[in-house]
Design a protein around this ligand. Sequence first.
Ligand code: BGN
Length: 376
Amino acid sequence: MLENDSAEMGGNSRTYLTLKALIAIIFCLIGLQYLSLLQVNEKQRRPGESRALFYFERDDQKQNSLLDDISEFLKPSVSLSELDILPLKATTTTEKKFFGNGTSSELKVCPMIPPNLHGAVKVQTDNIPSMEEMEKTYSFLEDGGRFKPNQCIARHRVAIIVPFRDREEHLRTFLFHMHSFLPRQQVDYGIFIVEQDGAGAFNRAMLLNVGAAEALKSYDFQCFIFHDVDLLPEDDRNLYTCPVQPRHMSVAINNFLYRLPYDDIFGGVSAMTVDQFRQVNGFSNMFWGWGGEDDDMSNRLRQKKLYISRYPANIARYRMLKHNKDKANPDRFKYLYSGAKRIDKDGYNSLKYKPVKIVPKRLFTWILVDLPHLTL
Ligand code: BGN
């Protein structure tokens, strides 16, 4: 009996010891995992390695936004003064507005957070009205696809520049969406459709340079949003405002399973102030055919110590319209690798183009342009 008891006690203490050992091992493993996670984050944050001002935790696609002009509702810990990034020039905090009947009223600067946002919005891609019907629907626009809020003075004057050719249906879908989406954001905006004339290789970057130049001739814009015609924002908290640092806006696209393809991407939809655009000498004019021009801009930004910022991926979501793949430019690698040497002589300062038509229509300014092949 005693023997049995002590054998049982021996068995119990062995089980107890094994249990303790197991618990110790589990704690060690958790510790190691924690340390390795710390290292990964440290690696991701090492200066120069990832220039973006947020990083993805790749597993769950959660992203930490470290700095941006994100509104209070996106990043509640930021103080209002930090957010007030581009107040209108010094004294214009109020403005007198005159009405037809002889009365007038004082306008205040719009609130930092537009009051009538919807969050996720419907993206309509079929049964899009004709241009004529849309002109009636959006009769509140001024020529050139221009809009200004009438309740308050907009904080941001934004030129939306869209490179374009042969995609009439996409254009209608884009305009239909954007002119219902943007007014709620209370920005002072205009849409510039820059169409490349002829059937030669498409030069997206050069069209963006042309759009920037023409937009600035027409109005005192503070920033540009470079926008592909086939991308439609899905959430109106994705504010089309002027950024503190260049902002890559099309973070999460349905076609890429709502994941950022790589950290330095700057294509699709991106925002820069006029000053940032000038600092990097605009886009290179050398990229004929698909691909690389946006990566070249990303390199230019890094070279001039500007940093790509992004809104969180649950807000900066886009739907891509269906289209055939364009022919990739076989020279893009060559120009990409030699880009750093060309930044000061290839870009906005060397831009040449022949405007064929510049027409301020109701829904957009149409810029039809002939692009010459420039040599350095
Ligand atoms: C990249 C393209 C970008 C494009 C993205 C997303 C190049 C350069 C060679 C490395 N870059 O591959 O221009 O925006 O895909 O489609 O092709």
